[in-house]
Ligand binder design. Structure first.
Ligand code: NAD
Length: 418
């Protein structure tokens, strides 16, 4: 047994083994490709506002160092474990390779519920976590970014803590910072914008018109809310939205501006009176053209895969579909999957742009960012679906095979030290 054992890590390994069989990767190369290169586990003691001391646990996992520094988000969620973070780091590796970025994958997280922490507690937690991982990160080593439960203010505190330690500003140590601190325009919107762009590409390929389509979104945070806005801008009706506290449904379309105002006031879509409340599990199986899981892993499983009534499954979240569900979706053959490592790659692509801008202290405008983002996503989309058609494999196998093969080839070229 290794320290990463966790259902999500097992799922990432199962996906890897399927692709390794397909690519005929020799057994001797498999553990080297699949297992994380290194991981750091830290205790984070902080003073609560009450004066009590509480210890939180945090992790950072770097999956491979073959192609450059590592890159990946920091997650704040009560269920964060070393194994979950390791799985997410592995997916980041394949995602970066698929998009052609010069990075290995990484991920980090702290097991905490950010909703129960005050702003000052969140700042103390973030600064102490950053302090503990300072030797493990850096613009040429490993560059964190926001993920579930974290946002640009948290990146600003990380950047400040790291910079204070080094005695000068180091904006390139994190991405997803506020623009005024060296962040990139378009980073906050990048993941959702990419999800919507690729969902539209998938609809095009099925002959569906965006302005006549409907969508259901699970998760209304950074990724889910921006995806909803971008889809709506092309005329797609958002008929259902779920978050951690509830779900709402309105077949004629949910007014998004009003919903955003409600979420800003109440912190959840729950209680929004211009749509019906619905059981969150039932929402996923309502009829729609595009279903966008944009929350947690393992949401589409063998229990609901056969009941989905969407035409496109656009995976905004990481790992939302289990391998068992994948097999059922493949048997059905009527749902076009845009796999996570392709679908949500917009975030890391613009994080890469932010890092490049920070290293050069030369900043781009939004048109440059968005044009370059779409060019990279279009290329990855075209390669993935061509591979899928030519080799008669699912889009997920195609995307993973393209990513894994690039890392495998790079490792072979560099050789094994010593
Ligand atoms: P976020 O914290 O901004 O939002 C998460 C949303 O999911 C919230 O609305 C929350 O209420 C909801 N949620 C949590 N648990 C849920 C549950 N059980 N059922 C329904 N909804 C639930 O996080 P985010 O940055 O939008 O990330 C969402 C997903 O997208 C994660 O899987 C993350 O790894 C992935 N992702 C994020 C980025 C990024 O740039 N932020 C990039 C790539 C992938």
């Amino acid at each position: 047994m290794h320290p990463y054992d966790h259902p999500t890590f097992r799922m990432a390994c199962e996906q890897f083994e399927l692709v390794a069989d397909f690519l005929e990767i020799p057994q001797g190369d498999r553990a080297r490709l699949c297992m994380p290169k290194r991981a750091l586990s830290v205790s984070i003691p902080i003073h609560r506002d009450s004066g009590a001391t509480e210890v939180f646990y945090g992790y950072r996992v770097q999956h491979h160092l073959t192609l450059g520094p590592t890159k990946g988000g920091i997650r704040y969620h009560p269920e964060v474990t070393l194994g979950e973070v390791a799985a997410l780091a592995m997916w980041m590796s394949w995602k970066c390779a698929l998009a052609g970025l010069p990075y290995g994958g990484a991920k980090g997280g702290v097991a905490c519920d950010p909703a129960t922490l005050s702003a000052t507690e969140l700042e103390r937690l973030t600064r102490r976590f950053t302090q503990e991982i300072i030797p493990f990160i850096g613009p040429q080593i490993d560059i964190p970014a926001p993920d579930l439960g974290t946002h640009e203010q948290i990146m600003a505190w990380m950047m400040d803590t790291y910079s204070t330690h080094h005695g000068h500003s180091v904006p390139g140590v994190v991405t997803g910072k506020p623009v005024s601190l060296g962040g990139s325009v378009g980073r906050r919107e990048a993941t959702g914008r990419g999800v919507a762009f690729l969902a539209n590409r998938a609809m095009d390929s099925l002959g569906l018109r965006a302005d006549q389509a409907t969508a259901i979104i699970q998760g209304f945070g950074n990724v889910g809310s921006v995806t909803a806005q971008c889809l709506a801008r092309h005329g797609t009706r958002i008929v259902g939205v779920a978050d951690a506290r509830g779900a709402i449904y309105r077949p004629t379309g949910i007014p998004l501006q009003e919903l955003e105002a409600h979420v800003a006031r109440h912190g959840s879509v729950a209680g929004f009176t211009e749509a019906e409340a619905i059981d969150p599990a039932a929402l996923l199986i309502q009829p729609c053209d595009v279903l966008v899981p944009a929350a947690l892993e393992r949401q589409i499983t063998e229990h609901n895969a056969l009941q989905l009534r969407c035409r496109v499954l656009a995976e905004g979240a990481n790992g939302p579909t289990t391998p068992a569900a994948d097999r059922l979706l493949a048997q059905r053959g009527d749902v076009l999957v845009v796999p996570d490592i392709l679908c949500n790659a917009g975030g890391v692509v613009v994080s890469y742009f932010e890092w490049v801008q920070d290293l050069q202290s030369f900043f781009w405008n939004e048109t440059e960012v968005v044009d370059r983002l779409y060019r990279i996503l279009e290329g990855a989309f075209a390669q993935t679906y061509k591979f899928s058609r030519d080799r008669q494999v699912s889009p997920r196998t195609a995307a993973l095979a393209l990513g894994i093969e690039r890392v495998w080839k790079a490792k072979k070229l560099r050789g094994l030290f010593p």
